[in-house]
Design a protein around this ligand. Structure first.
Ligand code: SF4
Length: 264
């Protein structure tokens, strides 16, 4: 791997504390549900204790500079990549956010409900491909569970402070599209659930043929926008330097994790 590819890969994996907390909470939720499926049951306190221990280890490794040696193994933080070490209090807050996110997802009422019907859980964070015409859609659903009446329910954990309901609905519609195609069920038989782990709330999102047709159109448009950048759309290869850059000083660059690669 060349230096340029290595730099881009390292930057791609950088996280902010809320993103990191969300990643770990999703992992912990998946571990808990797999334990439930296997009939072992899950111990929330033990899972949180272990997550916090791993988070503290990740912080120590990041502050020691290890992500530069192996960005796949060690967590890289945007704060360290683009500035001085923010100090102990900042890191304590980041680990505290991990603990809160893990406790939030494990204590969510849907987690208790899922634990009552382990045999109905179909998938947990499994990467699956679905063909949408000539586009391959790759999704990993947080949880897919049968409703017991011939339908399927997609649960999407959200650990962040605020989410645009329209964006969440659009994302759930793409998940529902994948489920409807793979399991050959009508759109009305797929229910989306937006589960906020911050306030233990959840919101149901129903679908119909029009909603999934709109999701199909969005998937196609998104794929077309990406392949339009390729010199040869039949070959999935593009020199990163051939991509257009925003003008220097563009506001989006100030928040972009790739700005070092663009000399911004
Ligand atoms: S041009 Fe700006 S927004 Fe685009 S990748 Fe570079 S830094 Fe990021």
């Amino acid at each position: 791997v060349g230096d340029r590819a290595r730099l881009l890969y390292t930057l791609k994996r950088l996280v902010t504390p809320p993103q990191w907390a969300g990643q770990i909470a999703h992992e912990v939720a998946a571990t808990a549900l797999e334990a439930v499926r296997a009939g072992r049951g899950a111990d929330p306190d033990a899972l949180v204790t272990d997550a916090v221990r791993r988070a503290r280890r990740a912080v120590a490794d990041a502050r020691a500079g290890l992500p530069a040696l192996d960005p796949r193994r060690y967590v890289g933080f945007e704060a360290l990549a683009y500035g001085d070490d923010p100090g102990d209090a900042w890191w304590d807050e980041a680990v505290g956010a991990v603990e809160a996110a893990c406790r939030g997802v494990l204590a969510h009422p849907l987690m208790a409900r899922l634990a009552e019907v382990p045999a109905r859980i179909v998938e947990v964070e499994r990467h699956v491909r679905t063909g949408i015409d000539d586009v391959t859609l790759l999704v990993a659903l947080d949880v897919l569970v049968r409703d017991g009446r011939g339908g399927l329910v997609v649960v999407d954990w959200k650990t962040g402070a605020a989410h645009d309901p329209a964006e969440v609905d659009a994302q759930l519609a793409v998940y529902a599209l994948s489920v409807s195609r793979r399991f050959r069920v009508a759109p009305e038989k797929v229910l989306g659930v937006h589960a906020s782990t911050r306030d233990a709330a959840f919101r149901r999102v129903a679908f119909d043929a029009d909603a999934l047709a709109a999701a199909t159109a969005r998937v196609r448009a998104s794929a077309a926008a990406m392949t339009a950048l390729l010199p040869d759309p039949s070959v999935d290869r593009l020199d990163a330097d051939a991509l257009p850059q925003l003008d220097a000083g563009a506001p989006a660059c100030a928040r972009c994790r790739y700005r070092r690669a663009c000399d911004r």
